[in-house]
Design a binder for this molecule. Sequence first.
Ligand code: ASP
Ligand code: MG
Length: 463
Amino acid sequence: MKFGGTSLGDGKRIRHVASLIRRYSEENELVVVASAMSNVTDELIKLTSIAESGRENEVDELLERLSSQHEDAIGDAIKDEKISAEVWRYIQRDLDGLRRAVKGVCYIMEATPRTRDLILSFGERLSTRILWGAMLDFGMPAVYLTGKDAGIVTDSNFGEAVPLIETTYLNLSSKLGNLISEGKIPVVTGFIAADTHGVITTLGRGGSDYTATLIGSAINADEIWLWSDVDGLMTANPKIVPNAKVLPEISYAEAIEMAMFGAKGLHPRAFEPTIEKGIPVRIRNTFNPEKPGTLIKKSRVVSGDVVKAVLLVENVGMVSVRGTSIVGRPGTAAKILDAIARRSINIMMISQSVSESSISFIVKRDVLEKAIAAIETSLLSSGIAKDVEVDDDVAVVAVVGEGMKGTPGIAARVFKAVASKGINIKMISQGASELNISFVVRVAEAVDAVRAVHDEFKLGIEN
Ligand code: ASP
Ligand code: MG
């Protein structure tokens, strides 16, 4: 069971989570994974950049805030005074480690990716320690471990480290397997691992999900539950589509697709470990634990159920590279993509016309300028491309569903629904997996486009 940051948002919530764990621990063997308390990772990122600019007073203030936030949480989460005193001692030790790391950054005014990971790791260390204490308070045999202690080993790609799967599985299954067979309940920090030299790494934002699926797969769990603050994955964002409903069941491939497009901040790689072993993943709500949530498992395509969800991706920009010299010249697309990749910019969507005279792609808006600079320096100057055009008035609508594969007429229905609202489509892409049809529209028309497709496939609750 993994608990997200909002579920651990304050001391009362942490206590509530501990009570949920107790309820399920009566009939199951469990491993618990915890995220940082809500916003703490963001605060630690902010702390790092303040430290990099050497603003020591602000650093002290922020550290003080983090300290009292966690101190308050202990007060509400743990009733037993001896346990809370012990937890507070551990927390102070961690806060001291954090303080020293951040002060170091202050003095040299620079944070390397490695230092950044060290600093970010404290969010999970602090929250998990409090959850551990709350579990002890309820009389559970909890054992605290960091992801590193548990045995998650990664490469040294700080900030987005990739687990060395076989070693990690071996370590996790022996370490956690032993604790479980002794009747203990391991409580593991999400997000954190270590490289082969023992240096702390992190698995990328939202990485606690990944920690949970790695552990679940390593120990051959019956199910992996990701507890968060939503009733499950939905047919659309209910903020823009009021009759959107929770999906009772989807496939791994659909879940990955939804994660890539930002649904509920799931880590896109989180499902990799579970697919191989076929372990079902359930998304559940700590604030509404009676609801069954969404079950994610091996695909079982039900006919008629072709489109599952319609997602809106905002804060993106479109770059189009034109030039007749692109036509018929093998390797141009590769050069364009390479120029982008070398700046570590992620391309979310891509499309090239058959005439080959233009290639368009979508990136996050905050890296748009960087992408253009990359194209300009490496392609315009060498004459490979003639012209680069940017459009930041765009949003992506992604239509997801495994049943679309091989079902004729889905694309026609999608585009007809959008056209009937008078909305112009700027770019289209469908992967060969036919799992996802994505298209780009103007920002002002994006919500209507989502609603049109959602209605066309009758995805919502009927009234
Ligand atoms: N605390 C980390 C983050 O905010 C990891 C996680 O929550 O899964 O990205
Ligand atoms: Mg999270």
